[in-house]
Design a protein around this ligand. Structure first.
Ligand code: AMP
Ligand code: ZN
Ligand code: FE
Ligand code: FE
Length: 281
């Protein structure tokens, strides 16, 4: 198979959260593209790890266990990537459960609001016993399936954005507290997509300094949604504070245009992460 890519894609989502493909499918696609390894970073859950780990062993590429934690820094919704955490250590597992429970109630509330204007039922968003981490993408998918909109991105743009009357906020862990929980669990914390164009502006330089003080290890400077013109100050802070720079695609299968391996992390950084964490593979 033609393989033009190299490096490590350290931010991907599977059907354990809001991706559309299985952990095994992500790993096999990564291998066929020529990537040397991937991290699975489903939102607030680690249930996809065993399948990804087994698939990586079969495919002969590296697997790094990860999770993308829903946090907030002040008023800003802030995603924190955690790598190599041992969830049996400290309070991380309990906190992830609290975040997931809140997401469940919040999604149900959003569906209740939408049901006033759309023919949508909770059962079409999340089947009973389905323990994937639920989010707005699943609500979007239900509306696409029902024929109201052509794809997820259109639903977000029209009715799922934070200014929509159907929008309900959800509980998120304080970012500095989340960094502490990740460190207690023997992992490292990387700030995800700090200059994503869908937010009003980049993470402030002073905020990155504060997170560095709180024990942040790295920052995802390479991400398809980062705005290059918003990154200048963040690059400077990262360099000065010795924060590692990572790159990743934030692949969501068919749920987003992001292509697997579109951005990657180099081997030296990957090896360093491996050497630092409690659960390196
Ligand atoms: P939630 O977790 O409910 O806050 O929803 C946020 C998730 O929706 C993130 O994983 C984003 O990647 C995804 N998302 C945000 N905007 C869009 C969009 N325009 N199209 C598809 N997915 C999106
Ligand atoms: Zn997502
Ligand atoms: Fe994110
Ligand atoms: Fe993500």
């Amino acid at each position: 198979m033609a393989s033009s890519l190299s490096g490590y894609d350290l931010h991907t989502h599977s059907i354990h959260s809001d991706g559309t493909t299985t952990p095994g499918e992500i790993v096999r696609e990564a291998a066929s593209l020529g990537l040397e390894g991937i991290a699975l970073t489903d939102h607030d859950t680690v249930t996809g790890w065993p399948e990804a780990r087994a698939a990586a062993a079969d495919a002969g590429i590296e697997f790094l266990p990860g999770v993308e934690i829903t946090t907030r820094f002040g008023h800003r919704s802030t995603h924190l990537l955690a790598y190599g955490v041992d969830v049996s250590r400290g309070g991380l597992a309990e906190e992830l459960l609290a975040v997931r429970d809140a997401r469940h109630s919040r999604a149900q509330e959003m569906v209740a609001r939408l049901a006033a204007d759309y023919d949508i039922a909770w059962e079409t968003v999340l089947a009973e016993g389905d323990d994937r981490t639920v989010g707005r993408p699943h609500i979007a998918d239900a509306l696409v399936t029902a024929g109201y909109y052509p794809d997820r991105s259109t639903v977000f743009a029209e009715i799922l954005h934070p200014r929509s009357p159907y929008y309900v906020p959800t509980y998120a862990t304080d970012t500095a507290e989340a960094i502490e929980l990740v460190r207690e669990a023997g992992g490292i914390a990387v700030l995800a997509h700090p200059a994503a164009s869908r937010q009003r502006g980049p993470v402030a330089d002073a905020a990155l300094e504060e997170l560095a003080d709180a024990g942040l290890w790295g920052v995802e400077l390479e991400h398809p949604e980062n705005r290059e013109d918003w990154l200048t100050g963040l690059r400077e802070v990262a360099l000065r504070r010795g924060l590692a720079a990572t790159g990743a695609s934030d692949f969501h299968g068919a749920g987003k245009p992001n292509r697997l391996g579109d951005r990657t992390t180099d081997g030296e950084t990957f090896t360093q992460i491996r050497s630092l964490v409690a659960v390196p593979r």
